[in-house]
Design a protein around this ligand. Structure first.
Ligand code: MD5
Ligand code: FE
Length: 206
């Protein structure tokens, strides 16, 4: 069932399938309170992926840079609380991958429409690198690009389908990664979109 990808990284095909209704309801509830937005980048462009977040911290980007912040940029109010089904899945996935900590401080929700993509990057805005990142894919399948610790390292292509969960920890936590432009497609659960829900620990202070 689990597919080891590398030291610290494990793919669990379909692990989230039983949780899909609760996850989609959670995405609706969160985005009703803090709407999806295509964030501005420090360079003045706009990301093709639409984002929102829940939990104590959300990730945001604007002309000042990338950072985790306690408030939804659209409303100036705290991010919506993490739905209980989200936290339960993060705990279950981290434990299944053999980690004794689960990421529960921040949950980033990425929504990919047709052609939305994420260029190669490292996740290094978190001040905590011990706890793994848990990532859940829903809807239209995407091609995930998975590189190494240097931007120029060769990349593997990994198909991430509806219900798949990946736990990225240990030496895999800082690998370069990205998502190729979403193909046109249709999934019964999400229509033409892909939704990725990513759990992170952001600080050791709480
Ligand atoms: C996505 N999102 O499919 C991915 C899933 C992001 C992002 O990359 O930053 O929002 S998270 C994949 C990930 C996270 C942390 C580390 C690694 C992969 N990794 O070491 O390969 O929307
Ligand atoms: Fe990332």
């Amino acid at each position: 069932r689990p597919v080891p990808l590398a030291e610290g990284a494990v793919l669990f095909p379909g692990l989230a399938l039983p949780d899909v209704p609760a996850l989609l309801a959670g995405v609706e509830a969160v985005s009703a309170e803090c709407p999806f937005e295509q964030l501005e980048t420090p360079g003045g462009g706009r990301m093709s992926v639409e984002m929102t977040a829940c939990g104590v911290f959300g990730w945001r980007s604007d002309r000042k840079g990338y950072r985790y912040a306690p408030l939804c940029p659209a409303t100036g109010r705290p991010w919506p609380p993490m739905p209980p089904a989200f936290a339960a899945l993060s705990r279950r996935a981290a434990a299944a991958a053999g980690f004794d900590r689960a990421p529960l401080q921040s949950c980033l929700i990425n929504r990919y429409n047709h052609r939305a993509r994420m260029s190669l990057h490292q996740d290094r805005d978190e001040g905590e690198l011990i706890t793994p990142i848990v990532s859940v894919s829903l809807g239209v399948a995407a091609t995930f690009l998975w590189g190494g610790l240097n931007r120029s390292d060769p990349t593997r292509r990994i198909r991430l389908a509806h219900g798949d969960v990946v736990v990225w920890g240990g030496p895999s936590r800082l690998t370069f990664h990205g998502v190729t432009p979403l193909p046109s497609g249709e999934h019964p659960a999400t229509g033409p979109r892909r939704i990725n829900i990513t759990f992170r620990q952001v600080t050791t202070d709480m």
